[in-house]
Design a protein around this ligand. Structure first.
Ligand code: MN3
Length: 207
């Protein structure tokens, strides 16, 4: 059976300073993400994971295939595992802070320009009630990009949207440094977005 493991970060805990502090990164990765890894492995075991061998994003895309008794746990822990895996990859200390290529063109088409995209995304992230995520996703049915939000650890894969970029707005992602000031955390986060990674991800999907 597939056993999920905590993925390594592509940088050090203090590399995203001063925008995201080392202590937050360490606890977020070693404690929170680890708890989603453990929860996912346990949840898969409980539903007989051998009969669901697909990678977690595929499982999340077809949650109805999971026995009802285990579905909520797979949604939560599977989403938590995969959301965080992507979250780490889409941040970097060495980003150029602006998108380029195809993803830049798509942002201009659907959001007029990058500044307006950031404004719309930030507003949605800031106004999520309680814990959740704000996403830039690819809608493969309509071949377009969209901004969506999800509650708790629900993944865009569960509604057939492909996540390109996600922002974790659970308090554990920012409270040590920003306390209750989510808008300041969101504003800082733009400085560490890995647009090369997001752009490559988009280029592989879009025709
Ligand atoms: Mn988190």
């Amino acid at each position: 059976m597939v056993q999920y493991e905590l993925p390594r970060l592509p940088y050090e805990y203090d590399d995203l300073e001063p925008f995201i502090d080392a202590e937050t990164m360490k606890i977020h990765h070693q404690k929170h993400h680890q708890s989603y890894v453990d929860g996912l492995n346990k949840s898969l075991e409980q539903i007989g994971g051998a009969s669901h061998p697909q990678y977690i994003s595929s499982i999340l895309s077809e949650l109805k295939q999971i026995p009802e008794s285990g579905r909520q746990n797979i949604n939560f822990f599977g989403g938590g595992f995969e959301n965080h895996r992507l979250f780490w990859e889409t941040m970097t200390p060495n980003g150029d802070r602006t998108p380029g290529g195809k993803i830049e063109d798509a942002i201009d088409v659907y959001f007029d320009n990058f500044d307006n995209f950031k404004k719309v995304f930030s507003e949605q992230a800031i106004t999520i009630q309680g814990s959740g995520w704000c996403w830039l996703v690819f809608n493969s049915t309509y071949q377009k990009i969209e901004i969506i939000t999800t509650s708790n650890q629900t993944s865009p894969w569960t509604i057939q949207k492909i996540p390109l970029l996600g922002l974790d707005v659970w308090e554990h992602a920012y409270y040590l440094k920003y306390q209750n000031k989510r808008p300041e955390y969101v504003k800082s986060w733009w400085n560490v977005v890995n647009w090369d990674y997001v752009g490559n991800r988009f280029s592989e999907l879009a025709v």
